[in-house]
Ligand binder design. Structure first.
Ligand SMILES: [Zn+2]
Length: 277
């Protein structure tokens, strides 16, 4: 039996396509490893998806939300005789899951992009995830551009800084002069036609489009699957602008169909399991 593990800053989920157990993410690396080990039981394979950057060479993670695991050789510490472990970030897991079971099922090559707290992406071609050497490939959110804003990753001009859900929420709250407005309220206001918030959301889609265009020219996806809180929360307001701006930035290059992710929170576990296939 194989299990998928979806490790985030607040929740740790371990399970199969049929059943998942969810606990609060333990505070220490030892407790996280012990919890995964216990919940995985006798599993022969563990697909481990982490909400952040992974390093396949050291088998560790440098996820911002999981500082207790920085530099910890996670894969090595979970290793047991006869047990196989795969490591991937959550956007890559979702990319794999959507390609295999969700919105991109049956396609040749799909690019998955999540616009949520941050911007993540994953590329799957003919059922194979492209992870690169360290598992850090296709990090669209950290593709740089003309912007000069510093990113926590150490680069400047990362699109994550200006067009992520965090950036949209911050700008919308500043516009309203209230730093406590819930994200759901912002999306409701946008849906009801709030011009200022609508403009912020459309601008974020507009800003992401050239980066998506570059990904299209580089990877030639058949479809682009869009997921994450911004896409699901602002819906067509965001997607309509994204489609139009992407078409404009691609010129005579093929415009891939943009689809909405179907698997939601399940995507992490399903993708982690699929990475063992
Ligand atoms: Zn960055």
């Amino acid at each position: 039996m194989n299990v998928g593990v979806d490790l985030g800053g607040t929740k740790l989920a371990v399970g199969t396509a049929e059943s998942v157990q969810i606990i609060s993410t333990p505070a220490t690396s030892d407790d996280i490893i012990a919890a995964i080990d216990t919940l995985a039981g006798e599993a022969r394979g563990i697909g481990l998806c982490v909400a952040g950057r992974v390093d396949l060479q050291s088998g560790s993670t440098f996820a911002a939300q999981l500082p207790q695991l920085h530099g910890v050789p996670l894969v090595k510490q979970l290793s047991r005789p006869g047990r196989r472990i795969t490591l991937l970030n959550d956007a890559d897991a979702a990319a794999l899951a959507e390609h295999q079971f969700g919105a991109a099922r049956g396609t040749h090559t799909s690019l998955y992009v999540t616009v949520s707290t941050g911007i993540g992406a994953g590329l799957v071609s003919q059922q194979r995830l492209y992870q690169g050497y360290r598992g850090q490939a296709v990090e669209l959110g950290h593709a740089g551009g003309p912007g000069q804003q510093p990113c926590p990753c150490g680069r400047t001009g990362c699109i994550d800084v200006s067009a992520s859900g965090t950036a949209i929420t911050k700008a919308a709250r500043a516009l309203l002069g209230d730093p406590t407005v819930p994200v759901d309220t912002l999306s409701q206001m946008a849906a009801q036609g709030h011009a200022g918030i609508g403009q912020i959301v459309r601008q974020a889609a507009e800003d992401l489009a050239p980066y998506l265009g570059n990904a299209c020219v580089l990877f030639d996806p058949q479809v682009i699957v869009m997921g994450g809180g911004v896409v699901l929360g602002y819906g067509e307001l965001y997607l309509e602008t994204l489609r139009r701006a992407l078409a404009s930035t691609l010129g005579q290059w093929h415009l891939p169909e943009i689809r909405v992710a179907q698997l939601g929170r399940q995507a992490g576990i399903l993708g982690a399991l699929q990475s063992l296939e």
